[in-house]
Design a protein around this ligand. Sequence first.
Ligand SMILES: Nc1ncnc2c1ncn2[C@@H]1O[C@H](COP(=O)(O)OP(=O)(O)O)[C@@H](O)[C@H]1O
Ligand SMILES: [Mg+2]
Length: 216
Amino acid sequence: MIRAENIQKNFGSLQVLKGVNLHIAPNEIVTITGASGAGKTTLLQILGTLDKPDAGTVTIDGVDTGSLSNDKLSQFRNNTIGFVFQFHQLLPEFTALENAMLPYLIKTGDFGKAKDEATRILEYLNLSERFDHKPNELSGGEKQRVAVARALINTPKVIFADEPSGSLDSHNKEELHKLLFKIRSDFSTTILIVTHDKELTRIADRVLDMADGRFV
Ligand SMILES: Nc1ncnc2c1ncn2[C@@H]1O[C@H](COP(=O)(O)OP(=O)(O)O)[C@@H](O)[C@H]1O
Ligand SMILES: [Mg+2]
């Protein structure tokens, strides 16, 4: 589902990724661990097609992402990939429902259907009571579940999560981790998670440890 070959990335004279190779099978849940500065976020951004490598290829679901034009790539990303970040990155002026709707609205232009889909997915995530709340009216765990709804609404093949439970308390952390496994079994999603959490790493199918721009 995810195949990266010889990914290299430099920022100026700093070599951040030094030839990373990665193969992830459909339906796998894989965690990436490693010290701060190891290159985890840079790698996730490149795998998620939000940034481009200086060398190497990223193939997602059989598509060589480097061969797509910018328009096709945006479309591919919106249809195929969901993102969950450490700090939810919800739009503050929009409600939970509106935040969750956006990727579907962008995909189809159909406001009514986007609202229906967002309603369905927020209900699946136990957020039925929170449709009209803006991010600052939601708890940390709820905000992160809305971010998961936004990631899920276009039924992505792949979810990339960058320290998704990094700013949650232990109860919400555990709930979010359980949710990721439930999503994998309900939607057959492939999930790659950068995390420092030992428990999540213990229950993952596979763990990749990164140090100084490489897997070790
Ligand atoms: N846009 C950027 N410009 C310059 N340096 C960057 C940029 N993004 C990341 N870096 C540097 O690349 C290294 C790896 O960063 P990052 O991928 O965020 O690591 P991690 O997520 O493992 O903590 C760090 O030294 C960081 O300062
Ligand atoms: Mg990081």
